[in-house]
Design a protein around this ligand. Structure first.
Ligand SMILES: O=C([O-])C(=O)C[C@H](O)[C@@H](O)C(=O)[O-]
Ligand SMILES: [Mg+2]
Length: 431
């Protein structure tokens, strides 16, 4: 093995990133959200970077993997998965179960998915390091880009103007009704050129969200629109909304929870259903596809286990005639670079990808990504094409160190309780 490829050291840096008060069916985003930055350092001094969820359930397996990795090669990605299985154990058995997780709204939260979410950051860091060593962009290591730009969609949220009592404020103001949602969409379109729009729903009763989508359709005629209540509706409510928004929606995302309900809804409407909740693991694919429960899967390289696994998911979807789009959770520029590289290599990515990035005012890279015409240009620089800003990383890590623990776990219901002490995570379906 070429010694330059050998991993000498792995650095893990948990951070807290400022986050606006975005509403979803479980509550509201906290003022700060945890992320984990992974650095893989090779024997020749090259550093590759990756990023993933930063809640404590992810930190423990990340530490185990970081300890075991030195001595291995950055090229040994298959070995990385095997090693993680060996050393990560049953990540956090207390929080790993098959219920929808409280904070993330991303389907089951089992030990394997937590492990894969951790491995994804290591895989991306290895690819970044390998690309830097070889002078090749990550997309070239994945087989080469099939497009020069990747399209993203505007991720609209109902939101408050500020967090109650704490945190930094931005200048977006509140968006709590159709006019507010349209104004937010207009700013997204004017600033970033986004041409399609997704509204995070499940916040207000369905008729109010239907009105917001109709207002968007009127303000942006012919633009693709999506609504995602994160499984908050019953089957009849899902069908009611689908009927009301027939011909208006590009797709309806996770109207109801679970493959059973999704399959019933899918059988009774022509509105395509998408998911990042009922198909988030390989084990869930056969049942959902056999029953035509979804027409589009939103991949997420974090919980699918990285960029090579995302390409495997794309191939499976292709084989079953299921479309692929891309899910996002609060993330920074390292993950956005990774998302863009892998998206550039998937031939049949027919939908604009989700990204929370415009909501993030802080980052750990020296030059933030800029959307033009709703697109990011695929970098041809070696590796991911981003540079770590060590001062910013240190500052955001300091915030994590100094936190009393209140923000180290994403908890949207806890954030809601600051405004409404009676708030409990709503049981689903809500409507
Ligand atoms: O598409 C989705 O379901 C998401 O993006 C899940 C996220 O947790 C979203 O609901 C959020 O950020 O509140
Ligand atoms: Mg979703």
């Amino acid at each position: 093995m070429h010694t330059a490829l050998v991993i000498d050291d792995v650095r893990l840096t948990p951070i807290l990133v400022s986050d606006p008060p975005l509403l979803n069916t479980q509550g509201v985003h906290q003022p700060y959200t945890p992320r984990l930055i992974v650095e893989v350092v090779t024997r020749d001094g090259t550093t590759g970077v990756g990023e993933t969820y930063g809640d404590s359930a992810y930190l423990e397996p990340a530490r185990s993997l970081a300890e075991a990795l030195p001595g291995r090669a950055v090229t040994d990605l298959n070995g990385l998965f095997a090693l993680a299985e060996e050393v990560c154990g049953d990540a956090h058995p207390h929080t790993a179960d098959d219920r929808v997780d409280a904070g993330g709204l991303r389907g089951v939260r089992n030990a394997e998915k937590i492990r894969l979410s951790v491995v994804s950051a290591f895989e991306v860091a290895c690819l970044d390091a390998l690309g830097r060593i070889q002078g090749l962009p990550v997309h070239a290591l994945l087989g080469g880009k099939v497009r020069d730009t990747v399209e993203y969609s505007a991720y609209l949220f109902y939101r408050w103007a500020a967090h109650p009592g704490a945190g930094e404020t931005d200048d977006w103001g509140a968006a709590l009704d159709p006019a507010g949602v349209v104004a937010q969409a207009r700013r997204f379109a004017d600033t970033y050129g986004f041409g399609s729009f997704k509204l995070k729903g499940g916040v207000f009763e369905p008729d109010r969200e239907i009105a917001a989508i109709r207002a968007l359709a009127e303000a942006f005629p012919g633009r693709p629109l999506r609504l995602d209540p994160n499984g908050a509706w019953t089957v009849p409510t899902s069908l009611y909304v689908a009927d009301q928004l027939k011909g208006v929606l590009e797709y309806l995302e996770d109207p109801t929870s679970g493959t059973d309900g999704m399959a019933i809804v899918a059988a009774s409407t022509d509105v395509p259903l998408a998911t990042n909740m009922c198909v988030t693991t390989l084990a869930e694919l056969p049942g959902a596809f056999a029953r035509d429960a979804v027409r589009i899967v939103l991949s997420d390289h974090h919980y699918w286990g990285g960029l090579t696994r995302t390409r495997e998911l794309a191939a499976i979807c292709r084989a079953f005639g299921v479309g692929l789009s891309m899910h996002s959770n609060t993330h920074l520029g390292i993950s956005l670079a990774a998302m863009t590289h892998v998206a550039a290599t998937v031939p049949d990515l027919a939908y604009a990808c989700d990204s929370h990035y415009p909501w993030q005012t802080e980052d750990v890279i020296t030059e933030r990504h800029t959307f033009t015409d709703g697109r990011l240009t695929v970098s041809d620089a070696p590796g991911l094409g981003v540079e770590l800003d060590r001062d910013r990383l240190a500052a955001l890590h300091r915030r994590w160190l100094e936190d009393d623990g209140g923000h180290r776990e994403r908890d949207d219901a806890a954030a809601m309780r600051v405004a409404d002490p009676e708030w409990e995570t709503p049981t689903v379906p809500r409507w």
